[in-house]
Design a protein around this ligand. Structure first.
Ligand code: NAP
Length: 280
């Protein structure tokens, strides 16, 4: 398949480039086009004529989105509508990524694809708007919600990933406080990309939850990083209240890969196993 990967230098984009290496790849970065430039995006994609458009781009600095809703909606929703239209015109499949932040985190059990979203932040709302545009307007799509991503390239938008940040702080001898009342599933972008490679050749279009298995708090995630990497760290638990970030975060945003399991396609392993491989 001819596959355009938008945001190919991001942490997920890099791992998708590896996982989909058997295909004819068209990696695209912001230099080739900014997704908010709708005319240029259409021109570039129309010339390349991909059969699949994989959109990893996002404005996902969660606190910045609260202060700058316009660019958040511009990248996470309006640009997505343009990509939907281009994909439809080219008869291409659109692969688009969304987030656990579409949920309010009041659940006591993992969210499935049919759970009702209720975002608490501008980021979550803008991503949910993008989801609705994909679900209502795209003819062939895979819409993939994931959670707590980390990958070798490090998040471009967030200046590195959580694991790298923790190890750096420990190396610098900092006292590290991490929230213990926000529960998630840390997810390796290498694993997520391999799962995308499994579902892409199928015609099982639609919405998917794709995360590693199991769950933990961010504090437990940090503790696991230090334990597995055998690094001594001055780590303490804190709470979302004390952290006082501009954007509200869901206190519990564990996603169940329910659809993948129904289809017998789930290849996601436990988050600790994925983390161990990453830290090797
Ligand atoms: N990170 C997480 O924890 C997490 C959790 C759940 C879901 N997600 C979703 O997963 C996807 C991938 O995230 P990631 O962690 O791989 O992010 P990332 O490393 O920040 O990569 C995002 C990519 O998008 C590009 N990009 C941003 N704005 C663009 C624009 N206007 N035009 C063209 N390219 C643009 C960035 O390029 P430049 O850096 O060159 O601008 C970068 O290559 C996103 O949809 C995100 O919402 C992420």
């Amino acid at each position: 398949m001819r596959i355009a990967i938008l945001g190919s230098n991001g942490q997920l984009g890099r791992d998708l480039t590896l996982a989909l290496a058997d295909h004819q790849l068209l990696p695209l970065t912001r230099v080739a086009f900014d997704v908010t430039d709708h005319v240029r995006a259409r021109t570039v994609l129309s010339e390349l004529r991909p059969e699949v458009i994989v959109n990893t781009t996002a404005f996902h600095q969660v606190d910045d989105c609260e202060r700058q809703p316009e660019p958040a909606y511009s990248v996470n929703a309006l640009a997505v509508l343009n990509l939907v239209r281009v994909a439809n015109d080219l008869n291409a499949t659109l692969v688009h990524f969304s987030t656990d932040y579409v949920f309010d985190g009041k659940s006591q059990k993992p969210y499935v694809e049919t759970s009702e979203p209720f975002p608490l932040s501008i980021y979550g709302n803008s991503k949910l708007a993008g989801e609705y545009l994909v679900r209502t307007a795209a003819r062939k799509y895979f819409l993939i919600r994931s959670c707590g991503l980390y990958g070798r390239a490090g998040s471009r938008g967030r200046g590195g990933n959580f694991v790298q940040t923790m190890l750096k702080k420990a190396e610098e001898g900092e006292s590290i406080r991490v929230v213990h009342d926000q529960v998630l599933t840390p997810t390796s972008t290498a694993d997520l990309a391999r799962q995308v490679a499994v579902i892409l050749p199928t015609a099982h279009y639609g919405l998917y939850h794709v995360t590693n298995e199991g769950s933990c708090s961010w504090y437990e995630f940090a503790a696991a990083v230090f334990e597995i990497a055998r690094v001594k760290a001055d780590l303490f638990p804190t709470t979302l209240d004390l952290y006082k970030a501009p954007a509200l975060r869901p206190p519990y945003s564990v996603l169940e890969n329910a659809r993948l399991k129904e289809l017998g396609l789930n290849v996601m392993r436990h988050w600790r196993d994925a983390l161990s491989e990453y830290l090797k």
